[in-house]
Design a binder for this molecule. Structure first.
Ligand code: C2E
Ligand code: MG
Ligand code: MG
Ligand code: MG
Length: 287
């Protein structure tokens, strides 16, 4: 009996493990298929200059138009794509699609603005990153100054390697920003040493600026520091007018968040590029 039970336990455990890895395998295969069938799509979230209410940039964010599941968000598949290495071809697709779209907007007569693309760890450290990006820029005809690459603090831990990669990117003439700033390995050392252009204050700090004095102090201090270091700064996850006011008063120039717009499909973004966004609410806060 005991022996039998033991075996059953083992089998149950084993079945669970199996179903986990089968699900992962299935998702991985679906991701491969999605690449081939071009099921990925870019959404775009405007980055807004607080003072002028103008769209001064857009972030490209990947979505998966799944045949059965509908629109799938990146948090569901990016981690596995990263683990399996599929993030490299997926990331290349994103880069090419974003550059192509930005070039198209410029050709259609929209004011030239940079498009931000999130780089994964594997992409950032891949062999010949510079060559690959340079190739995409040439193919799409996008001027490098209109491409911004977002990296995270975790990619700065291998200091020498990161500096080397960043210097190569700077040689290309693209911009580099640190995404989710403050949530990772935030060493002040790299702010001094690394050739970066911009910090993106993580939305976990922005969320509570009106209720948590510590978060307010952290955000105000990050903004002040970026001015001293001659870096640009943008606050992520701005959802309320109060937050916007606080950021404006603390001299944060740019914001990105649901207050203006969530990430939207191409047509909606184009509508905003033509007509401006929520101009009234910002004008009020600028006074
Ligand atoms: P991220 O790069 O920090 O992108 C910002 C995320 O915050 C987006 O989620 C956006 O929808 C969300 N967000 C923006 N404003 C607000 C707000 O006001 N409130 C709240 N609650 N959320 C806001 P999304 O699109 O689901 O992307 C999640 C993460 O997935 C991204 O975080 C990025 O790390 C990753 N990701 C997205 N696209 C790509 C890609 O093409 N390549 C790679 N490697 N990663 C990507
Ligand atoms: Mg980002
Ligand atoms: Mg972010
Ligand atoms: Mg994030």
């Amino acid at each position: 009996r005991a022996k039998e039970k033991g075996r059953n336990d083992y089998q149950i455990f084993n079945t669970d493990m199996k179903s986990v890895s089968i699900n992962r395998l299935r998702l991985e295969n679906e991701l491969r298929r999605a690449l081939v069938n071009e099921e990925f799509e870019l959404f775009y979230q405007p980055q807004v200059d607080i003072g002028s209410a103008r769209i001064v940039g857009v972030e490209a964010l990947i979505r998966w138009r799944h045949p059965e599941k509908g629109l799938v968000m990146p948090n569901y598949f990016i981690p596995l794509a990263e683990e399996s290495g599929l993030i490299v071809p997926i990331g290349e697709w994103v880069l090419r699609a974003a550059c192509k779209q930005n070039k198209a907007w410029q050709s259609e007569g929209h004011p030239a603005i940079p498009i931000s693309v999130n780089l994964s760890v594997r992409q950032f450290f891949q062999h010949n990153l510079k060559g690959k990006i340079s190739h995409v820029l040439e193919q799409t005809g996008l001027d490098p100054q209109y491409l911004e690459l977002e990296i995270t603090e975790s990619m700065t831990m291998d200091v020498d390697h990161a500096i080397q990669s960043l210097l190569e990117l700077k040689e290309l003439g693209v911009n580099v920003s640190i995404d989710d700033f403050g949530t990772g390995y935030s060493s002040l050392y790299y702010l001094k040493k690394f050739p970066i252009d911009k910090l993106k204050i993580d939305r976990s700090f922005v969320r509570d600026i009106m209720v948590d004095p510590n978060d307010a102090a952290i955000v105000a201090t990050i903004i002040a520091m970026t001015h001293h270091l001659n870096l640009k700064v943008i606050a992520e996850g701005v959802e309320t007018e109060d937050q916007l006011q606080f950021l404006f008063q603390n001299r944060c120039n740019e914001v990105q968040g649901y207050w203006f717009s969530p990430p939207v499909a191409k047509d909606d973004l184009e509508h905003m590029l033509r007509n401006g966004i929520a101009a009234a609410s910002i004008a009020a806060s600028g006074e």
